[in-house]
Design a protein around this ligand. Structure first.
Ligand code: RB5
Length: 145
């Protein structure tokens, strides 16, 4: 199960991603927004990330206009490692090296074709562990300082 959400700036791309997930038979929780009416991206980041931190979902996808604001908000939440991605390489590496549990996309910066490729890579790439685990552990230790 994955959690997904966007503000109005990411709404159109989110709808494309939802269609893609349905075609692939991947279950998701859509945390909004549900129209192009203006909403505040930190509220959506909190709603998606709550599903990850309570264990209901393993991974999340967040979208806003650029992906910047929503990634900033998500990374303030304990336990979240949100990666703003612009390429297939980013989507693969954020899993392999950083064990990202949220991928952030910009609805106004990333086209639908590449976004769907990125979603597949993000969902299907395993964390590399080993030296990357040590580095991720150091990221998470910053939260308790
Ligand atoms: C909303 O207009 C816009 O600021 C938001 O979608 C996002 O790009 C913020 O980082």
């Amino acid at each position: 199960m994955i959690a997904i959400g966007s503000d109005h700036g990411g709404y159109a791309l989110k709808q494309e991603i939802l269609k893609h997930l349905e075609e692939k038979g991947i279950d998701y929780i859509d945390c909004g927004c549900f129209s192009t009416d203006s909403v505040d991206y930190p509220d959506i980041a909190e709603a998606v990330c709550a599903n990850i931190t309570d264990g209901s979902c393993e991974k999340g996808i967040l979208l806003c206009g650029t992906g910047i604001g929503i990634s900033m908000a998500a990374n303030k939440i304990r336990g979240i490692r949100a990666a703003l991605c612009h390429s297939e390489f980013d989507a693969k590496m954020c899993r392999e090296h950083n064990d990202a549990n949220v991928m952030c996309l910009g609805g106004r910066t990333t086209g639908p074709n590449i976004a769907l490729e990125m979603v597949d890579l993000y969902l299907n790439t395993d964390f590399g562990g080993d030296r990357h685990q040590r580095r991720v552990d150091k990221i998470m230790a910053i939260e308790s300082k």
